[in-house]
Design a protein around this ligand. Sequence first.
Ligand SMILES: N[C@@H](CCC(=O)N[C@@H](CS)C(=O)NCC(=O)O)C(=O)O
Length: 311
Amino acid sequence: MTELILHHYPASPYAEKTRLMLGFKGLSWRSVTIPPMMPKPDLTALTGGYRKTPVLQVGADIYCDTALIARRLEAEKAQPALFPAELDAVVSAFGTWASQVVFPRAVALVFQPESAAIRFARFNDEQRQAFLADRAKLFSGGSAQRQNAEQVKHEWPALLARLERQLSHADGDFLFGAPTYADFALAHCMWFLKGTPVTAPMVDSYPHTSAWLGRVLGFGHGAPSELSSAEAIEIARAAAPAALPLDALDDASGLKPGDAVQVAATDYGVEAVVGELVFSGTEQIILKREDERAGVVHVHFPRLGFSLQPA
Ligand SMILES: N[C@@H](CCC(=O)N[C@@H](CS)C(=O)NCC(=O)O)C(=O)O
């Protein structure tokens, strides 16, 4: 079974980034709705503990982190390209900047009290406390720093003025001419801000950025169809992992295929996944693990931003 299965929830910005990339590529996919906070037993049966949103499943192969998911989508369908060869370094670097600089600032703005009050209007006190406790745990132990909303308001005009200038250029329909990964890596931050009337002006006051966002959101989500998490686990169990890539590296850590290892994000959501190292390449690390419910799966992580250590 080679269907693309996205484990996600509607309000997740990184899920929106992925849904838009699926739309850009015109792909069909299965949609599994996951909880927005822990516990996520059906997701972690597949990932071995990685809890962030979204996760892409293709049979018994599980892809963590949207930077790697984007490259898996490119392998699924090469054109239109997210990473044109002549722009790979700049487009990928822009994506890292959007994730590390813009996204945490958007989070601080969205979770400032006036905007959080609107966002959490449907939550009761207990749910609100549970959500805040979950996010505090998500951000403990990693390198990511939560941003201060007042400082972000101070910085925001500098970030947006540069975008405005670039997007007002004659070729400014998208960041680098034709649409690339960079557009999707930034658009979900702006989509997140558009989610409440308190933060929407942080985008709406910038006409070129607003028009660009409209174009990126215009790609839509491709063709999703619902799937239950139990069915997704069954699909993993029934499938065998795909053949491993051939371009393995000698890993700088000295770790070799067959070694028991652990892989963890270094920024936030740093719980480690333990398994057998089966592949270490320039872009990705693949672990094999066996799960009671999902059977043998290969879990794929980006090399950048993830640590690899002996288990
Ligand atoms: N670097 C990750 C970031 C993903 C991320 O931060 N996702 C948020 C939701 S947008 C998350 O996992 N929040 C906690 C949760 O969903 O449990 C990626 O690119 O996939």
